[in-house]
Design a protein around this ligand. Sequence first.
Ligand SMILES: Nc1ncnc2c1ncn2[C@@H]1O[C@H](COP(=O)(O)OP(=O)(O)OP(=O)(O)O)[C@@H](O)[C@H]1O
Ligand SMILES: [Mg+2]
Length: 339
Amino acid sequence: MAALREALLAPSDPWVIGLDGIGGIGKTSLALAAILDHATLTRFEDVLWVSARQSQWHPVYGIVNAAHPALTYEGFVSRVLDQLIGSRAAAAMSPRDQAAHMRVLLQEKPILVVVDNLETATDQEALLPSLASLANPAKFLLTSRYSLREAGAVYTFSLDELPLTDALDLLRYELQNRNLLTLAAASDVELAQTHDVTGGNPLAIKLVAGQLSAFPLSRVLDDLRQARGTKVDKFYRYIYWQAWKQLDEDARNVLLVMPLVAEEGGGLHQIEAVSQLPSAQVTDALQQLIRLSLVNVRRAGRPDSVVAARFQPLQYSSPHRVLFAGRSQVASGRAAEEN
Ligand SMILES: Nc1ncnc2c1ncn2[C@@H]1O[C@H](COP(=O)(O)OP(=O)(O)OP(=O)(O)O)[C@@H](O)[C@H]1O
Ligand SMILES: [Mg+2]
């Protein structure tokens, strides 16, 4: 938060700031906290929020689809203008005039534009240069489940899972909120089992707390381990299906063999060996997986040990199962997306 704050408050660079990481890791929450910060509100004369999100996971209703289509540049312009001059005035202009007018307004005073869930835009990579060209004096804060690092102009913070102590604090807090006081008072050792299945993902932790209000810990852990319960299954499907749809055949194959690579990750050669794919194809597949935050890259240690076989943030076999489920639903069209 401190580093993000500093980037936002800087009077010059960086103009385009990104938060990336897997679904539920806390990108939107961090963006919200940053824009509600007093110093940010003082630094900018206006803060605009554009959500590119098409659907979201809801703890009670499962996946809820939003009415609007995937964000295009025109859609972005019109949503910014709606906030700057009101939707009626914006609607009276042609798309071309809207774009020109927005550009002028963004030059006039320091404005912060948050674009949440940029990964659901029709083409994140095409949209990025357009946004960058609008910056200065305006700043942009983007959140995306896909990596923003390759897009050169984005000053990116990648969000990681919560460390164990923070994860336990959050779990206890959620349990207390549900009046599950006995469970909240359980030992660290007992509650730490949830960390293995949630991987420290805050949304997953909240899900676990929700399940614990209905079922005993052992049952919930078991469910999560096997992705057996419907909602749990939907939750995983939601996160992974979005990413799975983006992968080509090689990347899917590489992802599916990742559990066969050592827990702590493996080098390129190891992945080539288990996937039985030529080096160039593995490299290309890994680039796709890295972009989608489906595998982590660690540069520490041996120089060739760059790829950690870690599905984020649910580091066990369920994503694997879910991906298989996703695959079997490819043939049945949009069913999986709409579930
Ligand atoms: N550091 C944190 N401490 C406590 N709760 C958190 C934290 N980060 C996120 N949460 C909670 O976890 C849930 C998911 O967070 P959030 O919606 O910000 O994730 P996200 O990364 O934006 O996900 P998505 O990719 O689906 O948009 C929210 O309910 C949020 O309140
Ligand atoms: Mg979000």
